[in-house]
Design a protein. Structure first.
Length: 176
């Protein structure tokens, strides 16, 4: 079982994103996890749970902040996502990575610190979509999912893998 930490958009927008994702029957991502922005990937979030208390300490001293979702973009032709703007998110990411202290190899594998690009994934070839569908989704996301929200982040969500490739809420941790 693995864990990761994310930020969930407001419920109304989350529902819009899920409905949009499900328009492509090949998109298996909605069956894996709800739409979210990853703050801290799986690296170092071990089964012994020693990291959880450290994460709570960081969050308890980190103020609520604003996050803006914006225009769709691609990682190659394999991943379609909504862009994210928030300087505070970058700072929270760094603090969480530093307190969890995964190995350099794991940070590299999970694209953390300098490799971190905050985003909200809409679909990807890994979860069943074809590259042509990714491009189609990108062309539609710009107007179907607009206007893109700015919202206050008051908590982060810890996700737990409950079965292979299926993540559910484990715990919400409030920010200061």
């Amino acid at each position: 079982m693995q864990y990761f930490i994310g930020i969930v958009p407001p419920d109304e927008y989350l529902e819009r994103v899920v409905a949009f994702q499900k328009r492509w029957l090949s998109n298996g991502l909605p069956n894996v996890v709800e739409p979210h922005v990853t703050v801290k990937a799986q690296s170092g979030l071990t089964l012994d749970m020693a990291w959880l208390e450290k994460v709570k300490v960081v969050c308890s001293s980190f103020s609520k902040f604003h996050l803006s979702l914006s225009e769709p973009a691609l990682f190659g032709n394999q991943v379609i996502f909504l862009s994210v703007q928030s300087n505070e998110l970058l700072e929270l990411h760094k603090k969480l990575v530093n307190v969890v202290a995964p190995s350099n190899e794991l940070m590299q594998h999970y694209a953390e610190l300098d490799l971190y690009t905050p985003h909200l994934t809409l679909g990807q070839t890994y979860w069943g979509m074809k590259e042509s569908e990714i491009l189609e989704m990108k062309s539609e996301a710009g107007y179907v999912l607009a206007p893109f929200p700015t919202f206050t982040v008051s908590y982060v969500r810890v996700y737990k893998e409950v079965q292979p490739n299926k993540y559910h809420l484990y715990e919400d941790i409030k920010l200061a």
